[in-house]
Design a protein around this ligand. Sequence first.
Ligand SMILES: Nc1ncnc2c1ncn2[C@@H]1O[C@H](COP(=O)(O)OP(=O)(O)OP(=O)(O)O)[C@@H](O)[C@H]1O
Length: 303
Amino acid sequence: MLSDYEPVSVMEMIVSHTSGAESRPPTVPSWVPPLSKSLGEPVVRCTRVKKEYKIAGREDTVVALKEINLNEGSEFYPIHRGEFVMIRGPSGGGKTTLLNQLGTIDKPTTGTIELFGNIIDSQSRDTYLSRLRLEKIGFVFQTFNLLATLSAFENVELPMTILGRRTPKECRQRALKLLEMVGLQDRVMHLPSELSGGEQQRVTIARALANEPELLLLDEPTGDLDTRNTVDIMDLILKINREQHTTCVMVTHNPDVECYADRILYVSDGQFQKQAINVMQNPLDYNSYISFLNIRDQGANPL
Ligand SMILES: Nc1ncnc2c1ncn2[C@@H]1O[C@H](COP(=O)(O)OP(=O)(O)OP(=O)(O)O)[C@@H](O)[C@H]1O
């Protein structure tokens, strides 16, 4: 579906730079510095990462990622500490496969991923990957994935108990603090089924932050939410990104939330097709966001 990543989005109207293999002007340097805010050092790199899936009962494979690069030698530069990157592109293009590689849920068939100095390749052991995941990465999915029989509080406390770096008292205190941070101090003992969709996603975010991850991976976190909750959740993610300098990588189909990212990577046919860098710096409040979308829908450039 071309419309999924062709220049129709909010970001495309406010973007300062796009690049694509076929159209890159010769003046664009191979390494483009992030423009939107002061970022830290490079923390995530991909070097010739290829992912092939074997299909049961068949000889051929599905190539979901075709030797992608996210490093200094490529026009798609590494992800920097504190950067907010979105991944967009058509269905089947390889977005979730890429997120799974960055999240150590899956290993590349060939090539290497570097995550905060840790190298991942086809030989990486599952115990090494799961430890990395527990210590460094927080996940937020579209479908919340909360444990149904545990309260909001217990869901947030659980990853800290598993990691075992805090005393039980510290785990409890931190779980309460995180639930307060996401605005759920009055819903602490509620089960997931007793919470709205937006509230459940807040619990998921609090849980993802429990072990102070360096990388927050989000797969369509607003996919099941209405516009009001989408804005609230995006504001919360942005706050975490800005205030705690947590590096965020988010897959989305929604062009209307692109304005929250520092950089958008467009993935199609298993490759990065282009990237856009946001120079607009202003998170939008709900009312300006809605009028922004209305203006956009009327076909006028809001700027
Ligand atoms: N476990 C698997 N086994 C075989 N093929 C797979 C597997 N997972 C994904 N694929 C294939 O790899 C390609 C990329 O899939 P992926 O889920 O990464 O795309 P996507 O961009 O996230 O799509 P969507 O937006 O629909 O979620 C697709 O052709 C898909 O059919």
